[in-house]
Design a binder for this molecule. Structure first.
Ligand code: SF4
Ligand code: SF4
Length: 90
């Protein structure tokens, strides 16, 4: 099956995402890590707090942080997360 975000459960949205560079991300969707760096907040189940759970796509797409913009569909991080999710799902 072709690798496309259209048939993926947004599994890259479980990665830790640092809020680097200029951004306009709603504050309540972010948090500081132990070292004092701002990152996207994640829910107890691991998914990013900005994820639209009904559609399983980004709820702040136009304002999403730089790492999310740069993550390549079919690239190493994408493939690793898809494989991890598939292994977890059995
Ligand atoms: S970039 Fe990869 S892991 Fe992320 S939603 Fe698209 S296909 Fe899924
Ligand atoms: S900001 Fe959007 S694209 Fe980035 S991890 Fe969160 S839901 Fe996914």
């Amino acid at each position: 099956m072709a690798i496309t975000c259209a048939n993926c459960a947004a599994v890259c949205c479980r990665l830790e995402v640092p809020c680097i560079g200029d951004h306009d991300i709603p504050e309540h969707l972010t948090e500081y890590d132990g070292a004092g760096y701002l990152r996207m907040r994640r829910l107890d189940d691991g998914w990013c707090a900005a994820l639209n759970r009904a559609e399983m796509n980004c709820g702040i797409y136009a304002r999403r942080p730089l790492p999310c913009r740069e993550l390549q569909t079919g690239g190493p991080d994408c493939l690793a997360e898809r494989a991890r999710f598939a292994a977890e799902s059995g």
